[in-house]
Design a protein around this ligand. Sequence first.
Ligand code: 5GP
Ligand code: ZN
Length: 128
Amino acid sequence: MSVGGDATGVGRAAVPGCPFCGIVAGELPARVIWETDLVIAFRDIAPVAPVHVLIVPRAHVPDALSLDASHAALLAELAVVGRRVAEAEGVASSGYRLVFNVGEDGGNTVSHLHLHLLGGRPMAWPPG
Ligand code: 5GP
Ligand code: ZN
């Protein structure tokens, strides 16, 4: 599915029923810790690590399978905000993990692209 042009979020309507569109719109509560023009970062509602933050495009991009070259700026922003959040949360030097879950085997449950930032404890490899 092509979603070219969504990277800026300009003119892109929120998807009804999407929880992360609801958080972006301020219609659903969230513990927001970082915001830029392109992305928003908030604490996961069910954290699996001492630091568990979701970094989310303001625009509704369904998942990593929807990405193409038009999302280059968005992807850079997600990674850079990941670094900023890691520094702010005190896990930059101890280490952290950035994860996109994709599809059923990947464990994806929310259909609005989100980058997990996990830190504050050692991460096992391979993941479960
Ligand atoms: P996925 O399994 O799709 O990679 O990750 C979805 C994540 O979103 C899960 O870790 C889940 O706990 C989190 N999540 C689902 N709904 C909400 C919500 O309404 N608010 C917040 N803050 N996190 C949510
Ligand atoms: Zn959405």
